[in-house]
Design a protein around this ligand. Structure first.
Ligand SMILES: Cc1ncc(COP(=O)(O)O)c(C=O)c1O
Length: 389
């Protein structure tokens, strides 16, 4: 076999990992797209290939895992049926009865609900912190703390946690760190390189990128992930379907180019909104005015397309602005080709806003792959059209 056909044996760029890692043309009749193994079981009479049942392992799912592990600079990855399945499995592998977890309070709300409402019934206690400093995490630690859970940037308030400082603290106390890396994606942030033990993704966002799959991934060392295959994934059964994996691989092929475009458009739109007379505040780690801009630059190499802004206007006027947008559909997800708007802070009263840290009137936009000029024109028209209340 020609040496240039063995890319896995030399350092590959992230672009090459996305497009070609695991192609194996020689195994698949030269098919430019590796075929999908859409089967539940693997028979063994003729060959001993090591596969048995798709809930445990499947070549299509393994290809997605191989690419994502390589993108994150990790030994292994395991795919799950959703981001929440990956998150709960990661937490379940490190939690013990009556243990303690530390987590930022503005983490993705179902993650918070899992720890706060669901795991509480097994005696797990969680301390929620702002996440702004490693000292705050340190003050929250207890002798029975098993994990520090991170999500940086937080996908509703866009605040960061210091990956290096928090991982070093955790490691010195024998505590496991888990980081949700869905916002930055492995293109722009590799938490494992900063000392994090386990990385989780909602692959329903940028990794899939086409708003047509719900999917999740857990990434980490072989030692941590091998038991997950048969325990947290196998026993709970939240495996990925091969077709889902095939669509995820399809999405990954264009991840670098999509992320470049999301970043370029979002940086322009964030700057436009920040300078707009009818906008009070913009929350985006890519803006030099972001309070943790320097921390962001030290642990991320780029920015994705999800940002928040607070228009100047009454709740009703802001609700009207959302409806007036022509190119932004209203919806809670993000990371796809399409631009979206939703309103995490619109109906919060002062007390709820103070408690949650979510600014009153906050709108969240996911900048899609439409032309940035058209998105800016749309936002400008909707802002000027706001009825002052
Ligand atoms: C930051 C973050 N993490 C995890 C999830 C959960 O992912 P999934 O919807 O794939 O279960 C989401 C979903 O919106 C999210 O925004």
């Amino acid at each position: 076999m020609d040496e240039t056909r063995k890319p896995a044996e030399r350092a590959m760029s992230k672009e090459e990992i996305c497009t070609h890692l695991g192609d194996e043309y020689d195994r698949h009749l030269g098919a430019i797209v590796p075929p999908i193994f859409q089967n539940t079981l693997f028979t063994r009479k003729t060959t001993d290939h090591g596969y048995s049942y798709t809930r445990a392992a499947n070549p299509t799912i393994e290809l997605a895992e191989k690419k994502i592990a390589a993108l994150e600079g990790a030994e292994e990855a395991r795919c799950f049926s959703s981001g929440m399945a990956a998150i709960t499995a990661a937490l379940m592998t490190v939690m013990e009865k009556d243990c303690h977890i530390v987590c930022p309070r503005n983490v993705y709300p179902p993650t918070k609900a899992f720890l706060d409402d669901y795991m509480a019934k097994f005696g797990v206690d969680t301390t929620f912190v702002s996440g702004d400093s490693a000292d705050e995490f340190e003050r929250a630690l207890r002798p029975n703390t098993k994990a520090i859970y991170l999500e940086t940037p937080l996908s509703n308030v866009f605040a960061l946690q210091d990956l290096r400082a928090v991982s070093a603290l955790a490691r010195s106390r024998g505590i496991v760190t888990i980081a949700d890396n869905s916002w930055a994606t492995p293109m722009y942030q590799n938490p494992i390189a900063h000392g994090v033990d386990l990385v989780v993704h909602s692959a329903s966002k940028y990794l899939g990128g086409h708003s047509d799959i719900i999917a999740g991934v857990m990434v980490g060392s072989r030692e941590r992930l091998e038991p997950v295959t048969h325990r947290e994934r196998g026993l709970f059964g939240a495996s990925m379907d091969p077709h889902q994996a095939w669509l995820l691989i399809r999405g990954l092929r264009t991840l670098p180019v999509r992320m470049r475009q999301h970043q370029e458009s979002a940086l322009r739109i964030a700057a436009f909104l920040e300078a707009h007379p009818l906008v009070e505040r913009v929350l985006y780690p890519g803006l030099p005015s972001h309070p943790q801009y320097e921390l962001g630059r030290s642990q991320m190499s780029g920015y994705s397309g999800l940002l928040g802004f607070v228009p100047k206007g009454s709740r009703e006027a802001i609700a009207g602005l959302m409806k007036a947008l022509r190119l932004f559909e209203e919806g809670p997800s993000w990371g796809g080709f399409e631009s979206l708007v939703n309103s995490p802070g619109l109906w919060l009263d002062e007390e709820a806003s103070r408690r949650s840290g979510i600014p009153q009137g906050l709108l969240r936009v996911s900048i899609g792959l439409e032309h940035a000029d058209a998105l800016i024109e749309d936002l400008d028209a909707a802002l000027h059209g706001m009825k002052r209340g």
